[in-house]
Design a protein around this ligand. Structure first.
Ligand SMILES: *Cc1c(COP(=O)(O)O)cnc(C)c1O
Length: 359
């Protein structure tokens, strides 16, 4: 810390991203990226012609991409907001819709960034405990006293909250924003984007990082009432109007045009997930029912931190969280069938080794 940093940031705990080793020596199952490449059309879109145009600023509105997304989700272009990754949208929502007298509510176990944004802006964060089975009881979110943020499916549990329960939260909070972070919705849920006409307090957040194999491109979008989109644009145009670069816009358009390719990939990942869950349970793991491209699993005996380290020694990266309530678990991204077979084999092996060592 330099002597110039303002005191209010001295205690800020920044988000810790998952490891991104730059050599490819690991089977990388730690940050929920897709194991499959973007659609062929995306390769064609990011071409020499597009690179030539890099001397020009990109379209700050991203008009073409907005129109394509609007058509795909059955809304109008004025209902779409584009951003440099969906983290930007969450950032803007905390900044725009909360302050030191307008708190935010979110599950105690959820995407780690929510509490970072609350800290950054001095917003009171009401962290609502999950139930014993890691599911979300909606009662504390109904008639709330601030913005509600829920990842659906939740991370890192992978559990899905049914849309009818989200509607109850929306109905009971007409004076508060309800943000539904749908980073993983394509792996088994139904998007709430169809509810934006009915609820003008709903902000749906999505990303190209997971189901569209474009984490490296940094592209996120939101779906909401035209008024909410206007608010988000006010913040965007007050910070960085050109936040989405030309290559990413071109890639995004091609990705939306290739929707069927991604639907097929999601189906493939879902069937790999089903097989992985079955095998993990067979070897004695406790595994939550996932509607995402990862599974949250606990060994019968080996603590989560130990599992993480031993898997890393064997060349497999997964994610472990220090939090007391989930320290026994690891989060494993669903890779290819071959990667998951290796991962489960190694876990089975580890359980045997551990049992021998610990009598
Ligand atoms: C990955 C993830 C994001 C962020 O995605 P980007 O678009 O890559 O910024 C947001 N929310 C959740 C719950 C995520 O897991």
């Amino acid at each position: 810390m330099s002597r110039f940093l303002m005191q209010r940031f001295a205690g800020l705990h920044a988000y810790t991203p998952g490891e991104q080793p730059q050599d490819m020596q690991y089977i990388k199952l730690n940050t929920n990226e897709s194991p499959y490449p973007p659609a062929p059309a995306v390769f064609d879109a990011v071409n020499a012609n597009e690179v030539g145009k890099l001397r020009l600023y990109p379209d700050p509105e991203g008009k073409r991409l907005k129109e394509k997304l609007a058509a795909l989700y059955g809304v109008k272009a004025e209902n779409i907001f584009l951003s440099n990754g969906s983290d930007d949208i969450l950032n803007f929502a905390f900044l725009a819709f909360c302050d030191d007298t307008h708190p935010v509510l979110f599950p105690e176990i959820s995407y780690g960034f929510y509490s970072v944004y609350a800290d950054l802006y001095g917003i009171q964060a009401k962290k609502i405990p999950l139930q014993y089975d890691f599911s979300i009881d909606i009662t504390p979110y109904c008639n709330a006293d601030g913005m509600v943020v829920i990842a659906n499916p939740n991370a890192p549990t992978g559990l899905l909250l049914p849309q009818q329960k989200i509607e109850q939260i929306l109905q009971s909070n007409p004076e508060h924003m309800v943000v539904i972070d749908e980073a993983y919705i394509d792996f088994g849920g139904t998007s709430c984007s169809n509810l934006i006409e009915k609820y003008d307090n709903l902000l749906v957040v999505q990303t190209f990082s997971k189901s569209r194999s474009m984490a490296g491109a940094r592209l996120g979008f939101a779906i909401a009432s035209a008024q909410i989109i206007e608010d988000l644009n006010k913040i965007k145009y007050s910070t960085n109007p050109y936040s989405i670069n030309r290559l990413t816009l071109a890639a995004g358009e091609a990705a939306v045009d290739s929707n069927q390719y991604y639907i097929d990939l999601c189906e493939k990942i879902i069937s790999t997930r089903t097989r992985t869950v079955t095998r993990l349970r067979e070897i004695g793991f406790t595994v939550l029912d996932s509607a995402a491209n990862f599974v949250f699993a606990k060994s019968n005996g080996i603590p989560g931190g130990e599992l993480y380290c031993r898997l890393k020694e064997k060349g497999i990266l997964v994610r472990h969280f220090e939090n007391e309530k989930i320290k026994d678990y690891i989060r494993i991204t669903i890779g290819t069938d071959a990667q998951m077979a290796i991962c489960v084999d190694q876990l089975e092996q580890l359980q045997k080794e551990y049992a021998n060592e610990n009598g």
